[in-house]
Design a protein around this ligand. Structure first.
Ligand SMILES: *Cc1c(COP(=O)(O)O)cnc(C)c1O
Length: 228
C-alpha cells in the first residue's frame, strides 16, 4: 500500500475505534477527505482505495480537479467561503455545501441548481465559539436560516457544520461540539429534520465523534501536512 492509502486506512481505523469507545455505529460517521491544495492524482489514488467523498475550499482549484478526475464518479463537497459571484458553479458541480451562512447565497444556489439535478445538500455553518470575524451564523441565528433554507426547492437542508475555536484540550473540544449538537437538537424540536452534524478535523476527530459527528472532514491526517 502507498502512504496515502495507508493514511486513509489509519483514519478509518481511528473512526471505528472511537465509535466503539463511545457506543456509536461507525456506519453513521462519514469520512470526507479534504483535498484542498492536493493534486488530482492523490485524489485518484484514494478513490482507488474506496474513498468517495472529497471536500474542497477554493472554487477554481476544485473545478479543475473535478474535471481531471471526471471518469471517477466522486462526490464533491464545497466547504470554503462562498462568494455570491461563484454560486452558479457551486450549484452546478457539487453534491454538498457545508459552509452556508447567508440567505442571499442560499436563494441564488437554489435558483441556479438545475432541474435535472438532485437538490444541493446543505449544512448551515455556525460560528459556534462566537469568534469575531469568523465565518458562520451566530448560534442564535441558525434556526431562522435553517427554516428559510428548508423552503428553497433547489436545496436540501441536511444539518449544521462548525469549525470551533482551536484547542488542544479534549474537554474544551467536546464542549464546543456539544454546543453544536444541542443547537441541532433544538432546531429539530422546532420541526426540521436535520440528519447531519459536520464537525471534526484531524486535530479533534475524537471529540467530535464523542459528541455525535455524522461527518468528519479530514485533510492533514490523510494527505500529510499542507504546504503553505
Ligand atoms: C482544511 C479544512 C479541513 C481539514 O482540516 P485538517 O486539519 O487538515 O484535517 C476541514 N474543514 C474545513 C472547513 C477546512 O477548511
Amino acid at each position: 500500500m502507498n502512504t496515502l492509502q495507508d493514511n486513509l486506512s489509519r483514519v478509518q481505523q481511528r473512526i471505528h475505534r472511537v465509535a466503539a469507545e463511545y457506543g456509536r455505529n461507525p456506519d453513521d460517521i462519514r469520512l470526507l477527505a479534504v483535498s484542498k491544495t492536493r493534486p488530482a492524482k492523490d485524489i485518484l489514488a484514494l478513490a482507488e482505495a474506496g474513498q468517495f467523498a472529497f471536500g474542497e475550499n477554493y472554487l477554481q482549484e476544485a473545478l479543475d480537479k473535478i474535471e481531471a478526475t471526471g471518469e471517477r464518479d466522486l462526490e464533491w463537497h464545497f466547504i470554503g467561503p462562498v462568494q455570491s459571484n461563484k454560486t452558479r458553479h457551486i450549484a452546478g458541480h457539487f453534491a454538498w455545501l457545508h459552509s452556508l451562512d447567508r440567505l442571499k447565497i442560499a436563494r441564488r444556489l437554489s435558483q441556479q441548481r438545475h432541474a435535472w439535478q438532485a437538490p444541493l445538500n446543505v449544512c448551515v455553518q455556525v460560528n459556534i465559539s462566537e469568534e469575531p470575524a469568523k465565518a458562520g451564523v451566530l448560534p442564535a441565528q441558525a434556526s431562522d436560516l435553517c427554516h428559510a433554507v428548508q423552503d428553497l426547492p433547489g436545496l436540501k437542508l441536511r444539518g449544521l457544520m462548525a469549525i470551533p475555536q482551536a484547542s488542544e484540550d479534549f474537554d474544551t473540544q467536546r464542549r464546543n461540539f456539544r454546543a453544536l449538537r444541542q443547537l441541532q437538537e433544538s432546531i429539530q424540536m422546532s420541526g426540521l429534520a436535520l440528519d447531519t452534524l459536520s464537525m471534526g478535523m484531524s486535530g479533534d476527530l475524537e471529540a467530535a465523534i464523542a459528541e455525535g459527528a455524522t461527518l468528519v472532514r479530514i485533510g492533514t491526517d490523510i494527505f500529510g501536512p499542507r504546504q503553505g
